[in-house]
Design a protein around this ligand. Structure first.
Ligand SMILES: [Zn+2]
Length: 168
């Protein structure tokens, strides 16, 4: 009987430890960071195409993620910042927002509702989604992130992993 109790006790402790470990998620960003990011589309969209880091500055890759949406859907600022570009860029409408910590997010193709220099807050409508991004059946938002000029995976902002600086 004593053995049975010991086994049960052991199992209970093991359970307890497992729960404790699971209850400590990696913080989204350092606690001191003022920047908290959220999805630019609501509800949280399906990711149609992931980020593929380019091998070189002009090399092939996918410099952002494609998020499923509908034409005309509101596009939201992922966090507080200042609009650095809002309008036509080469062949599509783009909104770019500069955030604290040297991060910059971009949203395309997006018909802007803001102008360069505007202060925006997290969740604010900055434009409306347009169709036309390559390989998207109806419309999808190409959401990009740069940190100090380097392209990063924007899903790191909303999936709880920290944005890491490259070692070079
Ligand atoms: Zn894309």
């Amino acid at each position: 009987m004593r053995n049975v109790i010991a086994i049960l006790l052991g199992a209970a402790l093991a359970c307890c430890c497992a729960l404790t470990a699971a209850a400590a998620p990696t913080p989204l960003l350092p606690a001191s960071s003022p920047a908290r990011f959220s999805w630019p589309l609501v509800p949280a969209p399906e990711v149609l195409r992931p980020f593929e880091a380019p091998g070189s500055a002009f090399g092939p890759g996918h410099r952002g993620v494609d998020l499923a949406g509908e034409p005309g859907q509101p596009v939201l600022a992922a966090t507080d910042g200042v609009v650095v570009h809002a309008g036509w860029l080469v062949d599509r409408n783009v909104v770019s927002v500069e955030h604290a910590g040297g991060l910059r997010t971009s949203y395309e193709p997006t018909s802007p509702e803001v102008s360069a220099g505007d202060q925006v807050t997290q969740g604010q409508v900055i434009g409306h989604l347009e169709p036309g991004h390559p390989e998207c059946a109806t419309a999808c938002l190409h959401w990009g992130l740069r940190e100090g000029g380097e392209y990063r995976d924007p899903l790191e902002l909303v999936r709880g992993t920290r944005v890491r600086l490259l070692p070079w």
